[in-house]
Design a protein around this ligand. Structure first.
Ligand code: ADP
Ligand code: GLC
Length: 507
């Protein structure tokens, strides 16, 4: 199969969270053994280190149409392991900015709909320029959710694109790309698709909703989250449209990239270790305590956090109980995160109130993320919702027991501790309340202090878990085949976007 993968992020080049991890890993496994040809297309953000990643010019000028305009961009190229080519779209006005989605004050760029509509349109232009005939066009999240409609509406003459099967992966349904409808019409899509079942949403355009309609198959990143999003409030208003897809909305759990996240070979931690010899973990713990300004003691449980500090992740709940926990329990916190101002300022104030017990770094730091995974005893993810979550999966491999809220992918990947038998791989709580979270944390701490044999068993269970990308990639390939079959048996409606007069709306 020829697979076109288009996304706003791809690790290691540019990543704000798990989307980047997935787009950087899945294609390698799809392309394994030369069975499939995959190309990735993403923006060339100015923060991407061109020298480090050997990103070189490929095409000097690529014309990209967006509504009535024809814009241009330069195309660059690099590769990820497995010889998967990554093409970068260079456009100063759109991508030469400090952030991917927002400025330093966390304000979304107001022209995001135009920037990402450009990405989708340019990806298809580039396919043509490269003479790449996709069997599958795979888009991710709202940023590239226009792709299926663009392929159907703007390539009526080029069947290699308009007849490709289309996939949309939803990594987070709360972000839908909902904007004033003028942004929709400026893409050149017409009135016929600005309807309630497609792009129109309470008078606005909703990129994700249109993508759900047009994609042959839609998936999300765990079975649990697929079920949650089929109902309110988990579907964030799109539950009806997901249900309309019937069996064409599925959950496929993400894998973990164990070439990056494995304590046996991790180059970013001070000592490697495995389930048979955990002595390196103690070295990592000591280094972590040193680095985070925590008291150096081997017998105090360290709870690690690496997270975007946004409402989804639930740290406003922990803010209500963390002072009590730190006052009453023998525990340390090692926290790395960045995000909303209120959460950043709350957590950055902790070390002052609890010196040597709370270490906090506000920012984005991949090396420290690895050290926290390796050096902590527990890893806290109190998410309000979690489509998949990768850090709890990494934590298992590092023998760092996850403490999670039982939602979405967290619920799917963690087996709750059974105090009667010591079975399980972590600690789960049900309610998104500080009481539920803090009771669960206290149970984990009590087990750490008083039932060491259970902790040892949990660690051994956790480290034996393996969430392989090969398995997930096989599920993606099955989904692709199904989409191709569906598309050939029941071809999607391929019609023009509508006349210019239809689409050039002024309000
Ligand atoms: P999400 O994509 O919702 O943020 P995931 O758990 O799927 O959540 O993935 C988060 C990824 O981003 C992980 O690889 C994690 O290590 C990384 N990450 C998140 N915040 C930071 C940070 N402040 N510094 C370094 N890495 C981070
Ligand atoms: C999103 C979700 C996260 C998921 C990641 C990769 O950012 O919030 O749960 O793991 O995408 O699919």
């Amino acid at each position: 199969m020829n697979i076109l993968m288009v996304a706003a992020e791809c690790a290691p080049f540019a990543k704000s969270g798990g989307l980047g991890d997935v787009v950087g890993a899945l294609p390698q496994h799809l392309a394994k053994n030369g069975k499939n040809r995959v190309i990735i297309i993403m923006p060339l953000y100015s923060m991407i280190d061109r020298t480090k990643y050997n990103i070189r010019p490929e095409i000097g000028h690529l014309g990209v149409s967006l509504g009535v305009e024809t814009l241009g961009c330069a195309v660059y190229r690099s590769e990820i392991p497995g010889n998967v080519p990554v093409y970068f779209l260079g456009h100063n006005q759109f991508f030469d900015r400090p952030g991917m989605y927002h400025d330093n004050a966390y304000n979304d760029y107001p022209d995001n709909p135009v920037r990402f509509a450009f990405l989708s349109s340019a990806a298809l232009s580039l396919c043509r320029a490269l003479d790449f005939h996709p069997d599958i066009i795979h888009s991710h999240d709202w940023h590239t959710a226009l792709l299926p409609a663009f392929a159907r509406r703007f390539y009526t003459e080029d069947h290699s694109i308009s007849e490709a099967a289309t996939i949309l992966t939803i990594h987070n349904i709360a972000y839908q790309g909902r904007y004033d409808k003028n942004f929709y019409f400026s893409t050149g899509l017409g009135w016929q698709d600005f309807t309630q079942d497609k792009f129109e949403h309470y008078g606005d355009v909703n990129f994700l909703k249109g993508g759900i309609h047009f994609a042959d198959i839609v998936n999300t990143v765990s079975k649990g989250y697929a079920a949650e999003t089929r109902k309110a409030p988990g579907g964030y208003g799109l539950e009806y449209f997901l249900n309309q897809k019937g069996d064409d909305y599925v959950g496929i759990l993400n894998g973990a990239d164990y070439s990056q996240w494995n304590p046996e070979i991790d180059k970013l931690i001070p000592a490697n270790y495995s389930a048979v010899d955990l002595s390196g973990k103690a070295v990592c713990k000591e280094r972590l305590q040193e680095k985070m300004g925590l008291e150096k003691r081997s017998n105090v449980p360290v709870i690690g956090v690496v997270s975007r500090l946004v409402e989804q992740k639930g740290f406003q709940i922990i803010a209500e109980c963390i002072d009590d926990l730190l006052n009453e329990e023998d525990v340390q916190f090692a926290i790395l995160g960045s995000g909303e101002n209120s959460l950043e300022s709350f957590y950055s104030g902790l070390p002052e109130r609890f010196p040597a017990k709370a270490g906090v770094v506000i920012g984005y730091d991949n090396d420290l993320a690895h050290l926290i995974e390796a050096g902590s005893d527990f890893f806290l993810m109190p998410s309000i919702y979690e489509p998949c979550g990768l850090n709890q999966i990494y934590s298992l491999k590092y023998g760092t027991l996850p403490i999670v809220r039982a939602t979405g992918g967290l619920d799917d990947t963690i087996d709750n501790y059974k105090p009667e038998t010591g079975e399980g791989t972590g600690f789960k709580f049900m309610d998104a309340t500080c009481k539920s979270a803090s009771d669960c944390i206290r149970l984990a701490l009590d087990t750490y202090h008083n039932r060491k044999e259970h902790i040892a068993k949990l660690i051994s269970n956790a480290m034996s878990k393996h969430f392989s990308w090969d398995d997930s990639a096989a599920e993606y390939l099955d989904m692709y085949r199904r989409a191709i079959k569906k598309n050939s048996e029941n071809p999607a409606e391929i019609t023009e976007a509508g006349t210019l007069n239809d689409s050039a709306l002024t309000i």
